[in-house]
Design a protein around this ligand. Sequence first.
Ligand code: IVH
Length: 678
Amino acid sequence: MTLAQAKARHARLVEEIRGHDHAYYVEAAPTISDQAYDRLYHELLDLELQFPDLVTPDSPSQRVGGQPLTAFKPVQHLSPMMSLDNTYSQEEVRDFVARVQRLIPEGKLEWIVEPKVDGVAINLRFENGVFTCGATRGDGTTGDDVTSNLKTIRGIPGRLRGAAKKMPEVVEVRGEVYLPKAAFTRLNAERVAAGDEPFANPRNSAAGSLKQLDPRLVAKRPLDIIVYGLGVFQGAEPPKEHDEVLAWLKAAGFKTPEKTWKCYSAEELLAAINELDGMRRKFLYETDGAVIKLNSFALRQKIGFTAKAPRWAIAYKYAAEQAETKLKSITIQVGRTGALTPVAELEPVFLAGSTISRATLHNEDELRRKDIRVGDTVTIEKAGEVIPAVVGVVLTKRTGKETKFVFPKTCPECGSQVARTDGNSSGEEGVVWRCVNPDCPAQVRGRLEHWCARGAMDIEGGGEALVGQLVKNGLVHDVADLYKLTLDELSGLERMGEKSAQNFLEGIQASKSRDMWRLMFGLGILHVGAGVAKALGKCFATVDDVFAASIPQLTEIEDVGEVIAHSLVHWHSEARNRKLIDRLRAAELNFKSALYNPSAALGPFAGKTFVLTGTLPTLKREEAAAKIEALGGKVSGSVSKKTDYVVAGEEAGSKLEKAQKLGVKIIDEEELLKLLGG
Ligand code: IVH
């Protein structure tokens, strides 16, 4: 065969296979037998073997397995991926519609209702129609590059199908990757058989699959995708309505929500939500709600976004599903902060897509309040991804043979004393019993796992299994010890190959340069979550500056209240913690904050909320907002008691009235400029 002939045959084969893929995976209507498909596919592979130059990144042969990666590269979305506000009641849906109508008094509102797919949010970038990059949502701005894994999903076209209109030069397609319910059940059965921990729900299994570093393993999981939106759309006329987006996506070769509703009032929306609830259990994928979206993009633009979510859309979450089962026993789990959590060991029961055999009982008070006894029949509940919880006892099923649980007076892990403090210097009594021994192996393991976690220092491999071994073998006592581990020590551990040991060491090395907020979060200081750690990162240049700050200085920061400030100061008042910081410094970890913004840090407007309304004489609204934010202030879209200033311009409307009613300080542009320092 000549090269020209091979090229022509290759092009034919690619086109044919793509057509069959679409028919099979998107339309669910195969056009040829599996054997005939395999013949075409193998012909393609043979041809590419003979003429390697014919292999293109979007060839169907490239789906099943690029090389394993050692880590996912971060990738910035071209436009941010927002989240949605949630509602749980009919009343909230009505309020939402009324709120949007108030913002668009003149408009007739047209809404679209779609199923809320319970999967993993994904952004797919296509350049001149070719799939070039796919990423997880991450923090909304930057996600993980999981392109190789996404290429294994047949529902993602390697090349967009000839859309009726001009192909955009760059387009971002947004959707949800999921593992179909049936595949989830099968996968879990296999995992249990192999002695692995089963996934808690289909969503976790999709997330876990996408996080696999080896695309060949991902290819074995029948992941699928439903798309419902766009990010950037460059180089062609963009759609003007959500309806049009869905039609465009469908024409481009994607699976879109299988049923949508067009509604014109809150009552119509509620009827659609109800109808969806009646049919969603039959869908092949898990759903946890309905998404309500304004159809018109012009109207969407008019009302914009809050800090994290659009004002023009909302998610309605269906009530959690419940099941009844027997409580066999109660065990105590000791967490990284020493908290003793009672756990219900249950007769396994199938609930909302997965089998539950354990559920949290929260704390001793909760156990008493609900009078939960061993042997009781209990109601359990699972809301979305939340850990299943015991809601209460089915008293009618009590036989009298049930026994009360006696909460332990010592730590079941290390035998130390337990105390009911909130872990801060105030010594205040909390509801949680905590083991007071900081060297308790359960706490040590918990702290190490937390340090290595994705959201903290992101050290791949530092999960329960490895951390358990490191602690058991006395190799690591605290997070600073990780930085002294050697290849020899790691390779000597059970079920640890040299390659994994090497990867773990590389992960540890890479963690040295993480931004300061991750380190602050990773320390596991009580009440210091990722959000607080980021707020600290914005206001302080270094770790040392954080710990040098006084309680009043700390409470100046938005998101940092008395409890958090005390917790930080208390943590650092302990000699062992100060020593830990010194050892991390000696191990050359990055102590500097890339988020640090001196003008925002404790700026004159720190913690102050402004609302802008009406037309200002000289400043555009965005300019005024930027100036306020540069000095640490926050600009909000609506007036409440918490608003510090309303800046009113000409033709200020209802916000001004509300400010007057609530007694919020009202200023004009001149006064604002004065506050801004002229
Ligand atoms: S629209 C600006 N539509 O739900 C936000 N999201 O809770 C646009 N999701 O992050 C999102 N099904 O991952 C949209 N039909 C649907 C959805 C959907 C599931 C997810 C998505 C989003 C999350 C928010």
